[in-house]
Ligand binder design. Sequence first.
Ligand code: PGA
Length: 569
Amino acid sequence: MRRPLIVCNWKMAMTLEETRAFVRTFAAQDLGQAAQLDLVICPPATALTTLQAAAEGTPLQLGAQDLSPHADPAHTGQLSAALLRDAGAEWVLVGHFETRAGERAGDPDLLQAKIRRALEGGLRPILLLGEDEPTPDAAARIETRIRRLLSGCTPEEIQRMGFIYEPSWAIGQDEPAPAEQVDRGAQALRAALALHFGTDVAAEVPIIYGGSVTPENAERLLSIRTLDGLGMGRRGRDPGAVARLVEQVLRARSAAAAPENAGLWYWFLFESGLSTQRAKELLTQWQDEGERLEELLTLPPQAKAQHGLAPREIAQLEPPETLPEVTAVQWDAPLYPAGLRQLPLRLRPALLFTAGPAPLLARPLLYLPPLPLTEQEGELLQEAIGLLLGEGLLPATLAGSPQATVLLQELTHAEGEGLLFVRSGLERHPISPEAKALIENGRLLLVSPLPPTTPEHPDLAPVLAQVEGAAAKRCLLIGTFLETPCPPAKSLHLVPPGTPPRPDLRQVEDPAEVLLWLSDLEPPSTGTLPEPQPGVEAAPLSPEETLNILEQGGAVPRVLRERLRKQQG
Ligand code: PGA
């Protein structure tokens, strides 16, 4: 398991006396746990030796803020790796935005030379990467940067490094970058490292986020599972804030080790071809052993064998790169933003299980129950929706409800995407110009539980009402993209608990069951499904039709596709 990393960059601040005072206050706290992570303080070079002396016996490690790309002494005013090491530094920041912003801004040769000097001089480089302005192709840029800056590094050298995703536009602000952006940046970084140095190496290096981090916003950021810690600039000079961050990072780490995503992993194992019974058996075993499944599945084959996997199973299980495409979230999961917990219970969004690699659905969906709202509740909800959008979550509610009005308003002046459930087939649904513009920009997804031309159906109201209830965890969305006259609107089949039976829709409680029931076209067992109700009928879908619909949505799990093909064949 990777060691978590915290980096505090003091920048051009902290006198020698302030440095000593920082350590005194920091060391007076209960720091037993801090040895479980790398806690790196990067003071100005003038304070390195003072910090080294004061920090003896504490878990603080020393880093420099920059270094010279040269090794020979004929460079007045610069500091070589050797001098920094001599002054007590173990680590060194390379490529901080404020050092890059000089004359040879971001010159890759310069940065590459610094990394080389650091490694050769016995320092551990912490490379900072991130786009200089918000851009949709951050991942591609990160990959190019990694390729360029780390070319010539050996895997062993990479393993000595740390990485900070730090988009410069998020530095020195009131708020950090949105969680979704941070998640994407960190994922892009790990993916780029995996591409160039292999998944084993990429799985070992710490990747953290920096930019306007404070203990107040850390929890939200640390719910991003791709992160191994955080970096603080301004607040990193406050010993209380640093001690709090240590606690928060370690708490997030143990939460991540807990098997809260068991349903998702079960799906993953099943999707990889293991039988349901075997998947359950392995999950129970790993959970008892306290294994972190994300990590376990990226281990080399021999290590996997030691964890009870048979050779055939090892061959079947690919590292779970596709897992983020299927996100299962439960009511109180860490992804549930802390701010939303402050909403009165009846206004809190329910978290739904979403599936499918469609960009809009590859994230937790939060359903806002369409209740009547007082003016004050409306305001609260507006704030909550803003928060959801800022978190990169996907707020959803019923079209035509007061919640939908609030959502549309927020969408017109905030970033993010939303989703509206429609109680008729999409072709029957009146679309306001406001909503149309959002649909065209791909920021609003319309979802109907009905085929396109179905009129509004009062009998289906109870179906949607079920979603509005507390049983959201047990809902399932299957992404299907149907041709409708309002392209590029997308439609989905929604299967909430207690769905009045339609022969082509079945209720499931476990994500993996969807595969079973889709591949098994026997009539549903009446034991688990409500009795048929009059007025809701649909012809059963053939395996071919099911496959077509699902494939249009790009959401067909491999195993399912194979089974359906076999049935067709
Ligand atoms: P900040 O600085 O936390 O004050 O935004 C971060 C950094 O520049 O590393």
